[in-house]
Design a protein around this ligand. Structure first.
Ligand code: GDP
Length: 297
């Protein structure tokens, strides 16, 4: 991911750094190329505009143009703006400091990687944070969704709520909460049903579950390969439920990077984790500065 963008930006900045002195027009020309590179990487237009305006304003300032290394200063300004666009210096972890069982609601479209990500998170919480986790699938639409989570649970060594055929999502969530309390579970992950697109029934079901489960985290799982669509999906979810963060899956793929780059600015929600493969330990906290570093080489 980001390879093409990284190459394009590398070319622009090599040119800038190669010159000793810089004129305002040089910076403006470079920014035009940056703008095109970001748009080609599928970054949302308003996000690109804001980014380019902000960087240009800082970069054409006298202190930059008159400095000894203007090219490098411009690159630093771009780097800082990229980090900010991706969410700032800090990684944003999970908010688990509450009376257990702390509920994490996993939402997203079918195929986004939601169920796999639920199991990845459960494994991470268990192994890296020593939490007693439990998972329950509320997906009664897709045949075998509940079984899929049970199989993943066995693979990661995390308990799943026993399946009762025919039970509806709100009742499953209620039973999961009771069971989690009885078993002194620290974190209960609820994997909600995915749909092929955002629809009213999905939203109503999610809200009903949220109302009884009072999640401390509501994490939207989106597929970074779907670019602008991923951002649109995130925007619709963010308008309907109280999202606390986003998890971008398939960051190991060869997406152009637009979803990752636009997500924070468009939704206002932090990207908390990145899925980096099919294996169940292929998940990492999202580090804006590392990602910016990768893009700028
Ligand atoms: P769901 O319908 O949203 O629950 O999607 P699943 O969890 O069933 O995932 C669909 C497919 O995507 C599975 O084959 C997963 O192994 C795969 N997948 C999930 N996350 C990632 C990821 O970060 N990288 C890659 N390469 N594959 C992933």
């Amino acid at each position: 991911m980001f390879d093409t963008l990284s190459d394009r930006l590398g070319g622009v900045f090599d040119k800038l750094r190669g010159r000793g002195a810089l004129k305002e027009q040089d910076v403006r020309d470079a920014m035009r190329e940056v703008r095109i590179a970001l748009l080609e990487a599928d970054v949302a237009l308003p996000v690109v505009r804001r980014f380019v305006d902000q960087v240009t304003e800082l970069a054409v300032g006298q202190s930059v143009l008159k400095s000894v290394t203007p090219g490098q200063q411009v690159v630093k300004i771009v780097n800082d703006a990229l980090v900010e666009m991706l969410g700032g210096e800090q990684t944003v972890g999970l908010e688990l400091d509450h009376v257990p069982p702390v509920v994490i609601l996993m939402v997203g479209l079918q195929g986004s990687g939601k169920t796999t990500t639920t199991a990845k998170l459960a494994k991470l919480l268990k192994e890296k944070q020593g939490k007693k986790a439990m998972m329950a699938s509320l997906d009664v639409n897709r045949p075998a969704a509940q079984e899929q989570l049970a199989v993943l649970g066995e693979q990661v060594g995390v308990a799943t709520l026993p399946i009762i055929a025919g039970q509806q999502p709100v009742d499953i969530a209620t039973r999961a909460l009771q069971s989690a309390r009885l078993q002194a579970v620290d974190v209960l992950l609820l994997d909600t049903a995915g749909r092929l697109h955002v629809d009213d029934q999905l939203m109503a079901e999610m809200k009903a579950v949220a109302a009884i489960a009072s999640p401390k985290e509501t994490l939207l799982v989106v597929d970074s390969l779907t670019g602008q669509d991923a951002v649109n999906v995130a925007q619709s979810f963010a308008g309907q439920v109280d999202l606390t963060g986003v998890i971008l899956t398939r960051m190991d793929g060869d997406a152009r990077g637009g979803a990752a780059l636009s997500m924070r600015a468009v939704t206002g929600k932090p990207i908390k984790f990145a899925g980096t493969g099919e294996k169940l330990d292929a998940i990492e906290p999202f580090h804006p500065s590392r990602v910016a570093g990768r893009i700028l080489g």
